[in-house]
Write a new protein. Sequence first.
Lengths: 334, 324
Amino acid sequence: MPLHDVGYRAWDGLKSSRLLRWWVVATVGIQLAFRSSWLSRTLIVSWIPAVVIGVGFFAYEQSIVNPMLREGISGLVGVATGDRELVSLVRQNPEEMREKVWASLVLVFFRYPQAIVMLLVVGIVAPKLISYDLRNRGYLLYFSRPLRVWEYILGKSFVIWFFLALITTIPALVLYVIGVFLSPQLNVILLTWDLPLRILAASAILMLPVAAVALACSAMTIESRYAAFSWFAIWVVGWVSYSVLSVGDRIRLVQENAATYPRGAGRMQAMEMNDFQSRWELLSPYHLLGRAQQWVFGLYPEERAIWPYLAVLATVTVVSLWFVHRKLRSRLQA
Amino acid sequence: MVQPTEIIALNGVTKRYGRRTALHNVSLTVGPGITGLLGPNGSGKSTMIKSLLGLLRIQAGTASVLGYRLPRDLRAIRDHVGYLPEDDCFIAGLSGIESVRFMARLSGLEPVEGLRRAHEALDFADIGQERYRNVETYSTGMRQKLKFAQAIVHDPQLLILDEPTSGLDPEQRASMLRKIKNLAAQHGKSILISTHILHDVRAICEQVVIMAAGQVRLVDSLENLSRPAQRGMLVRVESTRSVTVDSPFPDAERLLNELLHHGWQCELRRDGSLWISGIDEQDCRPIWLAARRCEVQVKQLSSAKNSLEAIFFQAVQETQHAVA
């Protein structure tokens, strides 16, 4: 009991805009997610690759002013990006290739370390977001307030977007700023002004479908562990399906290019880096996102069509959100 | 805000779940004050409440709450209504204070104001230091109080309480009923209580709605319902004489004979009480005199009232017969 019991008191203060109620859902979701010690650890670890790529930016900028470093750096660019053509161009004129190298390094950052971290972070955060509300009937508390279903979904999505931004967008933008500061000339800003915008676009391409699919997994069940399992299963099954089904495409590619590439173990590797693209990539979320991000950073081959990848991502996003909406509505109608 | 005269108005509302009709052409008007919503399980009480909050879509009819039309003014309705769900529901991971503050913020209160108001609501709901504990560790009674605090945190004009006293011990139950009564009497809140506990309705409600088989069977004030069909007094006497098989209530029978002898219309009921027709409380003196004459001790002398239980069972049975 309070020391001084004032009893019930009326309240007639000003209310916040109804349009911002989703923000309340988002902030509480973020606050709750941060209570996981595993998440905090993963977030700390997720910034380590940014440091490594940052060192790459530094080294690249040093190679522009110091030709002695050029050979080694071009080799590292080759290892990081797998683009042999880029390696030879960097060797010739690194300053001219700066924009492409920066974009490639940021893409590498998105594609490899952050893709794994993203899988883990979303796997920790997302499964509980809706499944807990379904299990504990929290949805009755939400929807007896002035909150629409789509605002609830927006709030929950924002929680995932926030953590994805924390591990991809923000470090990538920090990398860009580091690159600018380490650059010997200030005109680098004029040359690379579009890179921050590409980072934002690549983040959006990552965040929208990922959040939608993760929420769909969470809305599918009242057990968060099943939601987590289905989240990881989608990626693993997609990857494995792609790997198995693309074997035929790989064999055909080898046969078609037998004359172009030398015999031996290096043939497959050489071909994979530059040319290999299978239609089965559409089955793998990892490859789908990778191609779309590659396109955003201007590194996607111009002669190939990107629209199937974007269409699949858009369809997956819309279907997932529709599923979440339907699940919540059916719970309310029950 | 001026309270409308019709707090809840339903007109021909029908709600179906597949082939099953949960609400069948329900028309109802609820005025200010405390209204008890009674009915057996599956009578459509919860469906009606959820429909009023727009949680369920009605298939036919019109409904308004506090003068706001459903579903057009759904957000305005939810702004002005506090809801205590029957189900055990909570936001996992939050403490009591965080939960109430969260609900306040969802209702539009700013962060600091929401926290201040959440503390006030929890104080009123008798949740002390437990407010800092995770809600998952709360007992059933504590969760009930928490839901009550969540329902009142934004100072709603109308409170819809679905089984507010379930899971509470007798002391907590009495306290909860006092609080509900206080909200209506002192703060002008209109309250709709859905419950199975007739005692709770009798204790605090001014109006009663009885539902059965998806239909409203009866709407009236508790005062009107309690009034018997005919004037009369109920007398209970102390048993001081030995009981026999032929005479199970000897004292009552003595008084009955005495009253009949003096021309009163009265009868002995199965529970041993006497029903004397045609008199009011101010005409009781002859009864006392008759009791003295036949040496019977009067234990209780009260104006006759209908029991809510009897009204409830009658309404439900009528529906069952109609359905059969």
